[in-house]
Write a protein that binds this ligand. Sequence first.
Ligand SMILES: Nc1ncnc2c1ncn2[C@@H]1O[C@H](COP(=O)(O)OP(=O)(O)OP(=O)(O)O)[C@@H](O)[C@H]1O
Ligand SMILES: Cc1ncc(C[n+]2csc(CCO)c2C)c(N)n1
Length: 259
Amino acid sequence: MEAMIHSSSFLLPENPAGKDSGTGPTYALVLLNQNLPRFTPLLWKHAQLRVCADGGANRLYDDLPGLFPNEDAFSVRNRYKPDLIKGDMDSIRAEVLEFYKNTGTKIVDESHDQDTTDFHKCVTYIRDFHADMEKSKICILVVGALGGRFDHEIGNINVLCRFSTLRIILLSANCLIQLLPSTYYHEIYIQSSVEGPHCGLIPIGTPAVSTTTTGLQWNLTNMEMKFGGLISTSNIVKGEIVTVQSDSDLLWTISLKNS
Ligand SMILES: Nc1ncnc2c1ncn2[C@@H]1O[C@H](COP(=O)(O)OP(=O)(O)OP(=O)(O)O)[C@@H](O)[C@H]1O
Ligand SMILES: Cc1ncc(C[n+]2csc(CCO)c2C)c(N)n1
């Protein structure tokens, strides 16, 4: 079975160009409408495409200047201009829309679609933008994915499942979540300066009949996991590499440090 390599090296401040991160050489960044982590400018710097999901643009406009207290807010906003704002446009404020429209950001209003979330709409854009790329090479880092509303958090996780062939990584200030498809054997290189030790492996959708891991304090050996039965929470990473093999897609989550 083919190995899929994972590494959160995109969170390392010294990572020279966001390269060799195991997430592929390039990634798109999506800003959702929740608190933006302090590392957002770092991810922004190396992103190939920067996208705001509707009210995510308000976060960029309102919160980014606060991360640069010695600078004028206007010049910070002019430095952090997204390539695209997409959604049903019911959350972005008029002044924010006007500002980014005037600075050349592409605006895609899909208010006719009330069946998919703004985040989902952004992922379809990025997928189609990279139509020539192999799907498993498309990496999307997502900030503001957690906090505040449980329906939105679950909706965001549902997007991981709906686009399970893409690499989508949900990030908040203290947590990372991604899907590990059952079609691969997974090697997760732990960046202990920025992540861990708390982690979890969660069967989502269907029970996992057999899962085997290495590198955890509580490893699984051909173990069954299911919602309503055993799931792995409050596990601890023990080594530099965690490996996971399962007959079902699993969510991998790990705590983030000091962000
Ligand atoms: N409290 C939250 N927690 C997690 N994610 C959120 C939260 N609020 C918004 N989001 C994410 O940000 C995206 C944009 O949110 P926004 O507030 O602009 O729109 P919304 O009308 O609340 O959401 P949608 O139209 O997608 O149902 C949402 O699609 C969702 O993915
Ligand atoms: C069963 C069902 N539940 C909720 C919604 C509403 N909804 C889902 S996603 C979304 C956001 C559009 O940006 C809205 C309003 C629906 N359509 N179908």
